[in-house]
Write a protein that binds this ligand. Sequence first.
Ligand code: PPS
Length: 374
Amino acid sequence: ERKRRSDTHPSDDHQAPKDGSPYNMMKPRTQTPPVVFLKTHKTGSSTVQNLLFRMGERDRATFAFPHHSYQFSYPEKYGAVILHSPYSQKVMPENAVYITILREPLRTFESVFSYYTSTVPSALSLFLESPDAFWDPKEPGNCLGRNPMSFDLGIDSQQWNTTWRTDLSLLEETFQLVMIAEHFDESLILLGSLLDLNMEELAYVRLNTRSLQDVTHLDDDTKDQISAWNTLDVLLYDFFLQIFLEKVEKYGLERLNSEVALLRATTNRIRRKCVARSGVYPEELEDLVRPWQTDTVTILGYQIQKNLTKPEQAFCTRLVLPELQYHAHLYFQQYGRDMRAVPTDVSYFGFMLVLKGDICWIKTSHRKTLSLER
Ligand SMILES: Nc1ncnc2c1ncn2[C@@H]1O[C@H](COP(=O)(O)OS(=O)(=O)O)[C@@H](OP(=O)(O)O)[C@H]1O
């Protein structure tokens, strides 16, 4: 049973609606509901995951871990169908809250592309000039090479088909909240309202940020090409952006803005307390806080302050802890042993864009478990 907390809540200072809507903050605090977070690629999802990990660890929640390594394998059919299938009902209780996050599709694709493809000079522009020449949709690792967010949400990411609109509506019904990376703080307030999280629990540092020199500038032509190649993601994003804006309106813009201001003040205070250096290159970081790197881009991390008390150190370390290390820590805490590596006889793909010609491949590897004090 989760204890009632006395600290500031996003909506403590406000007269919230009593209409039974999911954002009605007058309800008595109850235990956090079970959460399904569908972690989309390159959308800010690791930042959200970090605060959900903190929430789950505080609640001593049971986490669903993949059998091997860090990533569930992808079945042939997934997403919208699975979410409503007996399989998902068996796994998650009926009161589970479904959450995900989307990001503006041009930036998402650029980030996915740079992360999962090795660099030849101007790889992105070369690819976009004639994507069909480089990209084979039948390659199982190529699923993120076109409309990556549609793929992650389990709807057809290759082509428009007649069920696409229905699939979108099904997703809308399934997800209580689709966060929008471009309105990250506003999304967090809605998340906090759904899950009864206070400002400290919503505070975050931006995780998985690429070094600026790895970010490709997108000129207008490139933007048009990316949009044309990812039309389904553009539709998906526009659809959920609209829904998000409607949610904001229902919540009350004035109320939201004042809570965002409070969140930013709290976040700044916590960052000052916890973070000694941000934007730190991997070679300067200890194993515990070094984000996973690919051969193609540099992912930056954080050094925490010295001279913190033990509880502060525990909190601050978790705040900046990269996904794989936090995952390994929670796995160890739950099972009392290290995560299983992928056996060599199991065919497993992380993700790779397998492109024909010179623009090639990527990833997958495993990390050792690192101990993290409470
Ligand atoms: N708070 C917030 N708001 C907006 N954008 C954010 C935020 N946090 C992370 N990011 C950016 O999201 C990119 C990393 O996304 P993910 O964590 O989902 O990546 S991953 O799929 O788990 O590897 C990565 O984008 P790129 O830097 O363009 O690659 C991060 O900079």
